[in-house]
Write a protein that binds this ligand. Sequence first.
Ligand SMILES: Cc1cc2nc3c(=O)[nH]c(=O)nc-3n(C[C@H](O)[C@H](O)[C@H](O)COP(=O)(O)O)c2cc1C
Length: 194
Amino acid sequence: MGDRAGKAGPNIRGGGGIGHGPSGQTTPTRTGTLPLLATALRRRWVSGVAIVTVLDAEGGFRGVSVSSVVIVSIEPPIVAVALSADGSVHRRFELGTAFTVNVLDRSQTFLAERFAGRAPVPDATFTGVPHRVHATGLPVIEDALGWCVAAVTRVIPAGDHVLILGAIGDGAMTDDTDDPLVTYEGRFRSLEAE
Ligand SMILES: Cc1cc2nc3c(=O)[nH]c(=O)nc-3n(C[C@H](O)[C@H](O)[C@H](O)COP(=O)(O)O)c2cc1C
């Protein structure tokens, strides 16, 4: 994990006009800083990284890197993913549509880059991506730490994102490498062993 020394975080206070200072006093704040606050908070929220896969209109494979995965419910098992409303992939998530969530190991960082459109081959197809095809026709990433297939049960617009809820219908874990891919403050990280 990174060294905190010399890293001044953004000193952002949001709100409709009142914030709480370090010693508890109320201080006036500017409006318009709340999106900055939300961005900073999201960066400060350590999370794993997964590839969500879905089929496109022609039945081809689509993949997108996400950190916004939440296992919302255990019984019944429900997974949620927040997808940017500016992107194109969220349009593939209609009620009943199946998708997969593949939790990445740190050795799969190149996949996170690739499906965020940042890798040398910035496409969302699966050429050269180790995968197998599930009974639903969806690609499951080989050697993901764990994966599931879910059917979309709700699509909830949420500001500049769309919250997708899915009922988990299948999935499996692979051997735990103890080395999941982690993201924090916009960088990929590894867990520090105790
Ligand atoms: C570590 C990491 C996490 C990301 N998490 C999300 C996410 O949770 N939701 C999202 O919409 N985009 C996320 N992105 C960005 C998308 O992967 C990227 O914008 C992708 O190209 C969007 O594809 P689209 O334009 O086809 O929708 C993430 C990217 C990275 C590198």
